[in-house]
Write a protein that binds this ligand. Structure first.
Ligand code: KIV
Ligand code: NA
Length: 272
């Protein structure tokens, strides 16, 4: 199976508009085995900087480093064959200048083999999005609730409840799309904003806590599978992996303690 390309993802916008395209399916993946299992079902795999909380127990995505993103990005590329892999640019690796962003993004693509990066921000990042796009690095935008800005935003509540904030978010999405982003994630906004953006921009919008009318959807896999404990309202739980794991760990612990594991089946007999 040939891996999906950036032009193929971008072209989905027109296909959807003409009624012959399905919404884009994206999930996060941080590890090789998760990537292998999710890959056949997804158009895009996102190596999200949400790995800071989900994998490393950090309080936010702010402390995540380029090295973490490179290591997990490489694992996800090794575990996937079909989906386009997008790697998040971590906080502090791109905001200072287009040149800083290019160096960080080039490092991530070289280290991982991924085809694209994602970065948070709107108008302030438009010049950077153009700089990377013009130099062979496809960029996915991310507007609305931008978790790397948690210290400025003061929390993770939905964005765009005031008219001014709504207009700012729509302007941000237009700016990054205009600058050459091949798709835009819209996170944690009141629904009319997501619909307006989806109508306004010429590239696919991928919603998370946004709208069913976006051109695609993304969730954090661990949230969707019921593995991670704190999940926002917009997460639908499709399973209870946390329950499964603790239940099986309890069974194993019981069998070790009462010596019913291991049995002859799991032990080596000496040669006859
Ligand atoms: O880091 C992440 O998982 C993300 C998605 C939730 C869009 O950026
Ligand atoms: Na992210």
């Amino acid at each position: 199976m040939k891996r999906l390309t950036v032009p193929a993802i971008r072209a989905r916008k027109q296909a959807i508009a003409e009624g012959r395209g399905e919404p884009l399916v994206m999930l996060t993946a941080y590890t090789v085995r998760t990537a292998q299992l999710l890959d056949p079902h997804c158009d895009l795999l996102l190596v999200g900087d949400s790995l800071g909380q989900v994998i490393y127990g950090l309080p936010s995505t702010v402390p995540v480093t380029l090295q973490m993103m490179a290591a997990h990005g490489a694992a996800v590329v090794r575990g996937s064959y079909h989906a386009l892999v997008v790697v998040d640019m971590p906080f502090g690796s791109y905001e200072a200048s287009p040149r800083q962003a290019f160096e960080s993004a080039a490092f991530l693509l070289k280290e991982t083999g991924a085809a694209a990066v994602k970065l948070e921000g709107g108008e302030a990042m438009a010049e950077t999005v153009a700089f990377l796009s013009d130099r062979g690095i496809p960029v996915m935008g991310h507007v609305g609730l931008t978790p790397q800005a948690v210290n400025a935003l003061g929390g993770y509540g939905a964005r765009g409840r005031s008219e001014a904030e709504a207009a700012k978010i729509v302007g941000d999405a237009r700016a990054v799309a205009q600058a050459g982003a091949f798709a835009v994630v819209i996170e944690g906004v009141v629904e009319p904003i997501a619909i307006e953006i989806t109508r306004a921009v010429g590239v696919p919008t991928i919603g998370i806590g946004a709208s069913a009318q976006c051109d695609g959807q993304v969730l954090v896999a661990e949230d969707m599978l019921g593995l991670f404990e704190r999940t926002p309202r917009f997460v639908k739980r499709y399973g209870d992996m946390a329950g499964f794991i603790s239940d099986r760990a309890a069974t194993y612990a019981g069998e070790v303690r009462d010596r019913s594991f291991p049995t002859a089946e799991q032990t080596y007999a000496p040669k006859a």
